[in-house]
Design a protein around this ligand. Sequence first.
Ligand code: FRU
Length: 424
Amino acid sequence: MKSNTEKFGKAPHQPSLWTRADALKVHADDPTTTQPLVSADFPVLSNEVFIWDTMPLRDLDGNITSVDGWSVIFTLTADRHPNDPQYIDENGNYDITRDWNDRHGRAKMYYWFSRTGKDWKLGGRVMAEGVSPTAREWAGTPILLNEQGDVDLYYTAVTPGATIVKVRGRVVTTEHGVSMVGFEKVKPLFEADGKMYQTEAQNPFWGFRDPWPFRDPNDGKLYMLFEGNVAGERGSHKVGKAEIGDVPPGYEDVGNSRFQTACVGIAVARDEDGDDWEMLPPLLTAVGVNDQTERPHFVFQDGKYYLFTISHTFTYADGVTGPDGVYGFVADSLFGPYVPLNGSGLVLGNPSSQPFQTYSHCVMPNGLVTSFIDSVPTDESGTQIRIGGTEAPTVEIKIKGQQTFVVAEYDYGYIPPMLDVTLE
Ligand code: FRU
């Protein structure tokens, strides 16, 4: 088997660093990087299920694709339990917050379809019960492969462990709707190796998930982004000069920030079909800054690589903070160096008055950003909340060089196609 060095003809790239100095530039409530307030009277997609991470069907170049005029999205989905005694509180009321917070343990892939790029109709589960090898079906990416309608769904099989997997099926359309057929054989692709990417044995709070395959517009090869943590025993990481960056006097103390070790991982396919992968060193690390860089994805624009990833307030390290939302970095070539957009990395954060209103943003190549509603306060003090589990209003950002600007807002869950494929 060829090593990286043989294949790429040079030593593998150095990861780019998101530094503590960069993160000190993050400011909530800058209107150019803040998601408009989501009203508490939002509509819900379904009273039967919660949905969160939304994965529009796309091609390997990143284009959001409809088939025979039908838009298709995949969502992480879990049943709502309004009548389950387990979720009825001592006053006899449905404890929707607890039900919502428990959802990750029973996440399943569902799909939805639409003629309008909104008003989604529930298609159903992608894989039948028992097909996926683990309890949880966590985020990934559905890829339309060809005009026969073949779809590769890359996703994360979680508990036990966390394995990047894929399952092949087919999208079939009629005048009345869309169905997904096949999706019967799940193929494990890879797991964290403990050398570049942290394993569960090194850290029980490790993250290894959210595959996002793509074809590099420059070299034409098949790659995959994913979320990881930097390898090494929990607590053993060093937050040195490079990770701290150029901070002002008084900002040298890093506290316990060695426990925050997020990275954006990358792998390259050894074959055309994406059945055989080799992990490469991370593209970007956030050691000493943040513990989660989730659902990494690209927009290829103006010859540049715009790398986006979602992160949380609660995963920031001591001494740095920022809103829940999507962060971004830009480079002139795939392997970097990446610099934070807007100086800080923040692209679209929640307003501080509604810190959990949305999450799991996905920036599409047309500048539209989809996300889901988590919870929205219903009173002034913010103690009463309404749980979402549904699509948030779509926001449009303009990407210009190393800056981004919020420029428009659209309907809930508006995910229009960028191209339509007529199936054979
Ligand atoms: C983002 C996320 C993903 C993960 C999923 C689990 O919202 O944390 O990283 O795949 O949700 O529910």
